[in-house]
Design a protein around this ligand. Structure first.
Ligand code: CTP
Length: 409
């Protein structure tokens, strides 16, 4: 197991859905949340009815910095964040403490409250930290349920041995908080090491570029970098060795990859060329199409009411350059098509003209910068229209397609 102090950044930006069920060890959960957030993870809590007997929603909300979800049939919760999304928006679902009861329900696929429904609906890895009386832990029913869960690749941390709240001594004590932090750290480290893209290198461009007009002004666009950064993260999580070349954004630098910060299209192209050769290239950046034909070192003054003409020249096309790079062409080159009309047709035309393998075409008529994206994946087989998803979910889905393609090729 990795001692968490030695890898302080592994949990940074990880999204943990924490399901708190009803055991006395629930009183340790506020400390667990604090430790996870100290390491940069975000924690969203689901509290079962019996969990709420041991720890208050208020304390979990205060420590996690967000809403605590409790009710399967809450109309407000469902309209804000349905139980399906709740279970899918995480990188991992952690059940702590996991009582004998919730383990039994998980083993049998029962879904009679928000926690068990989210557990049945999730497509994300699940970890449990069992906590119960020693006799309950040793009961053959619990043993059978545990075996079923382990067969389904559910990760288990603890339990440990020691004095229990019920006065008995033995196995069944929830793992110590720092052991749970270590198990999560270990999970993310080994997932990247053993991931399906380990051994593959990937280049991702993200964000806008800024093209100077003069020393104080620039040409830019409203790209947030959210989608490109999410793709870089999704590929790195599957084990790829990622270089993220990013224009100026508000997005935090992901820690498990090489990040190259650039401003202009010329710099972005140079950074991409320096990162080559790579196996996979995803050009998600909204590169400015033009820059000033000639740079100026002095501020352009007002013209006293007369119109001002800026002489612009086209920027190099990074996607086309990568797609037509001959022997150093990546095995898979993916571009984006930011369109405001005829999305699919324009996407197909862009795939042809740029020479890339796939195009992710999206409608940007509502502008850049939101958290969701509605995209069409255009490949040699045609257009696959995806439902509106969070940018993270788009990234995960694209990374899965990339993995399938790389495995086949
Ligand atoms: N792209 C690039 N270099 C450029 C311009 C665009 O690498 N100088 C890439 C983008 O990262 C994206 C794809 O090309 O993957 C399409 O970008 P988009 O802005 O939709 O198209 P443009 O090529 O700029 O064409 P237009 O604006 O005329 O639609």
């Amino acid at each position: 197991m990795v001692y968490p102090g030695t890898r302080p950044t592994v949990l940074k930006n990880r999204r943990i859905l924490l399901i708190v069920s009803g055991g006395i060890a629930a009183v340790k959960i506020p400390d667990l949340i604090r430790r996870l957030r100290e390491r940069g993870a975000s924690v969203r809590c689901v509290l079962t009815e019996s969990g709420a007997q041991f720890v208050t929603p208020m304390s979990l909300a205060a420590l996690s910095g967000g809403k605590v979800f409790q009710d399967l049939f809450s109309l407000t919760d469902e309209s804000e964040m349905g139980h399906i999304n709740l279970s899918r928006e995480a990188d991992i679902v952690l059940v702590a403490p996991a009582t004998a009861n919730i383990m039994a329900k998980m083993a049998h696929g029962q879904a009679d409250d928000l926690a068990t429904t989210a557990l049945l609906a999730t497509d994300k890895p699940v970890m449990i930290a069992p906590s119960m009386n020693v006799k309950m832990w040793e009961h053959s029913a619990t043993k059978a349920n545990l075996a079923t869960l382990q067969d389904r690749d559910i990760h288990v941390v603890g339990p440990g041995a020691g004095d229990m709240a019920c006065g008995e001594v033995g196995d069944g004590r929830m793992a110590e908080v720092m052991d749970i932090v270590a198990a999560l750290t270990d999970f993310f480290v080994s997932r990247a090491a053993l991931g399906p893209l380990s051994g593959q290198s990937a280049l991702v461009t993200s964000g806008p570029t800024h093209e100077p007009i003069d020393p104080v002004r620039y040409i830019a666009n409203r790209s947030s970098g959210k989608q490109g950064h999410a793709i870089a993260r999704a590929l790195a999580d599957l084990g790829a060795n990622v270089t993220l070349v990013t224009g100026p954004t508000q997005e935090p630098d992901p820690d498990n990859m090489t990040v190259v910060a650039v401003e202009t299209a010329d710099q972005m192209l140079a950074a991409c060329t320096a990162a080559a050769p790579v196996d996979i290239a995803v050009c998600a950046a909204a590169v400015a199409d033009w820059r000033m034909a000639e740079s100026t070192t002095s501020k352009i003054k007002k013209t006293g009411g007369a119109s001002l003409q800026l002489n612009l020249t086209e920027n190099p096309d990074i996607l086309t350059t990568l797609s037509k790079a001959g022997s150093s062409r990546p095995r898979l080159v993916i571009g984006f098509a930011a369109e405001t009309e005829n999305i699919i047709d324009n996407g197909i035309a862009k795939r042809d003209s740029k020479g890339c393998d796939w195009i992710v075409a999206n409608d940007v008529s509502a502008g850049f910068g939101g958290d969701d994206n509605t995209v069409h994946l255009i490949t040699e087989e045609g257009a696959d229209s995806w439902p509106t998803l969070s940018k993270k979910a788009v990234a995960d889905r694209l990374a899965t397609h990339i993995t399938d393609h790389i495995k086949k090729s």
